[in-house]
Design a protein around this ligand. Structure first.
Ligand code: MN
Length: 251
């Protein structure tokens, strides 16, 4: 039976990253796109529970949902593709990296988390935010990784968070398996006034620094490598269990 791949993207149904994925994955499997009808970057793992959702099939196999990337994966796996569930979910190619702490905000990574929760192997793929946006490089990268995942599968509860440097393919340094790094953002809150004199606030600052820790996603992407970080759903900090158990509890 033909391999089924579900594509989503938190930059919205018209995102360039979706078009690049479709070109890059040609021949790898049957592609179904289910993506938000507008940009949903930094929506994290939010699920729409208080409003109904609408699905519009814009062209065959190409669905826009008025919800989050997580909604898209949920509807994609459990409704749109329920007769033949996907063998793989690919979320991306995001316009901008998902490095270090970005993972916790990312709609791109959350969509891959959702797929993992639903038992489908998943890849989140992001292209470093610079100026050129070599989406075709990232598309070639994801094709190679997708083929490997389809053959070998992934460990339980694990997805791949892939980040690609913004470089032409022949300038990449190689592929590296990495660990999650650390990024620091500006904490500035910009206050301004709207035309009616009321204050409004603009948050979400620039990256101030990427800690250049050895073996991390941010460090390797900065050195021109494709970073592949296996991440899992269990957020427990096992090293903290023992110290917390030593606290004196009242009962
Ligand atoms: Mn995005």
């Amino acid at each position: 039976m033909q391999t089924k791949i579900l594509i989503t993207n938190d930059d919205g149904i018209y995102a360039r990253g979706i078009k690049s994925l479709i070109v890059g994955l040609a021949g790898v499997g049957d592609l179904t796109v289910v993506a938000p009808d507008r940009e949903q970057s930094a929506s994290s793992h939010s699920l729409t529970l208080l409003n109904p959702l609408r699905i519009k099939e814009r062209s065959p196999g190409y669905y826009a949902v008025d919800g989050t990337p997580t909604d898209c994966v949920f509807l994609g796996v459990n409704h749109i593709m329920r007769q033949q569930p996907p063998d793989l979910v690919i979320s991306g190619i995001n316009r901008g990296g998902n490095l270090g702490d970005d993972i916790t905000y990312s709609g791109t990574v959350a969509a891959a988390f959702e797929a993992t929760l639903l038992g489908v192997p998943a890849i989140a793929i992001s292209l470093e935010y610079k100026s050129d946006f070599y989406f075709d490089t990232a598309a070639r990268v994801v094709r190679e990784i997708a083929e490997k995942v389809l053959v070998s599968g992934l460990p339980a509860d694990t997805l791949l968070n892939v980040n690609v440097p913004d470089l032409p393919w022949d300038e990449l340094s190689g592929f590296r398996v990495t660990r999650q790094g650390k990024r620091t953002y500006s904490d500035v809150v910009c206050e301004n006034r709207d035309p009616r004199g009321r204050p409004y606030y603009w948050i979400g600052g620039e990256v101030l620094k990427c800690d250049d820790l050895e073996g991390t996603d941010a460090a390797l992407v900065a050195a021109g490598y494709v970073s592949i970080t296996p991440i899992h759903l269990d957020l427990t900090n096992y090293k903290a269990i023992e110290p917390l158990q030593k606290w004196e509890w009242s009962i």
